[in-house]
Design a protein around this ligand. Structure first.
Ligand SMILES: [Zn+2]
Length: 322
């Protein structure tokens, strides 16, 4: 029954591609793609994937390009698509320092082992996500950052000194909870140890312990989450310069106002709104479950203006946060 309901929800999601990002062109920001001497250059990679570049670090969050078709989410195997990963990585710089992963689902973790293998970047992820990666035997252990197991309200500052001389870069991992589709948790579960056999189906890529992050780099503080049931409960998070908040579903949209009140961001960038069953080469299309009108309504005072402080990014069109 549960599978049937999920199949119905997925079918609805897939078959009804929403409008392109042009519908909200007033909200889209972009600038000349130059390496910033100050600030952070933010490049949207689709889904909840971002490339963050500053003079002191290069960080990826949830890079995902494979985008398997719907049927692979329901039955059979899901595999990284190397051609699409090549395409997605074409604009990456020579060096990537860190890959932050919010949770273990395929639209966040599937492509990470291959990208880590190719870039040598360190993976910062939950206990479960690290165990899923370990089971694949593709990434050496030194590339896996401390595994995190946190409780509600948990906040952990990662030690990055052993990774590189990151004097001005910090990553704070925050406990969060995954949103639900049609009231159902999607592929919940944890892996206390690397599974004996590597994940094959979408169901094997379990959510694990979802994380949000606050990244300090280029003199800016950036919050990112994939989607939450509750607003962050940790203390002393505000202010942030940019809040990238996953709002794919109703759950995170319903806690958006509280999230913004807690974080006090200069800019809000709603994320994870696109239909990720469509290859990224075809351009941004909203998912039918996303609702940017509701996002605009949910935001609390003061005033949020499209393209000023409430922004959207198009695929691979960088914008610099000064
Ligand atoms: Zn997920």
């Amino acid at each position: 029954m549960r599978t049937l309901l999920l199949a119905a929800c997925f079918g609805f999601l897939t078959n009804c591609a929403g409008p392109g990002i042009g519908k909200y062109k007033d909200a889209v920001v972009a600038d000349v793609p130059v390496s910033p001497e100050s600030g952070v250059r933010v490049t949207y990679l689709g889904v909840n994937g971002y490339l963050l570049q500053s003079s002191d670090a290069t960080v990826l969050v949830d890079p995902f390009f494979s985008r398997p078709p719907l049927r692979n989410y329901l039955v059979g195997e899901v595999k990284p698509n190397k051609d699409r990963i090549d395409w997605g990585m074409r604009s990456f710089p020579a060096t990537v320092d860190l890959i932050l992963v919010t949770h273990g689902h395929i639209d966040h973790l599937l492509d990470v082992p291959i990208i880590a293998q190719r870039t040598g970047a360190k993976i910062v992820a939950s206990h479960t996500s690290c165990n899923l990666v370990k089971s694949l035997n593709q990434v050496p252990e030194w590339q896996l950052a401390p595994m995190l197991k946190m409780k509600p309200g948990g906040k952990l500052d990662l030690s990055l000194q052993e990774t590189k001389n990151f004097e001005n870069v910090t990553v704070q991992a925050l406990y969060t909870e995954h949103d639900r589709l049609c009231g159902i948790e999607l592929n919940p579960g944890t892996e206390d140890n690397p599974p004996a056999t590597p994940p094959k189906s979408a169901h094997d890529w379990v959510a694990g312990e979802p994380l949000a992050f606050i990244i300090t780099m280029g003199g800016k503080r950036i919050f990112i989450s994939a989607g939450m049931v509750h607003a962050p409960r940790q203390k002393n998070l505000a202010p942030v310069d940019l809040a990238i908040t996953g709002v794919a579903l109703n759950d995170p949209r319903s806690c958006l106002a509280e999230t913004v009140r807690i974080l006090k961001p200069k800019y809000v960038l709603p994320s994870h709104q696109d239909n990720f069953f469509i290859p990224a080469e075809r351009g941004f299309r909203f998912s039918v479950q996303s609702d940017f009108e509701e996002v605009k309504r949910e935001l609390p005072p003061p005033t949020w203006e499209l393209g000023k402080n409430l922004i959207l990014l198009d695929y691979f069109r960088p914008w610099t946060l000064y």
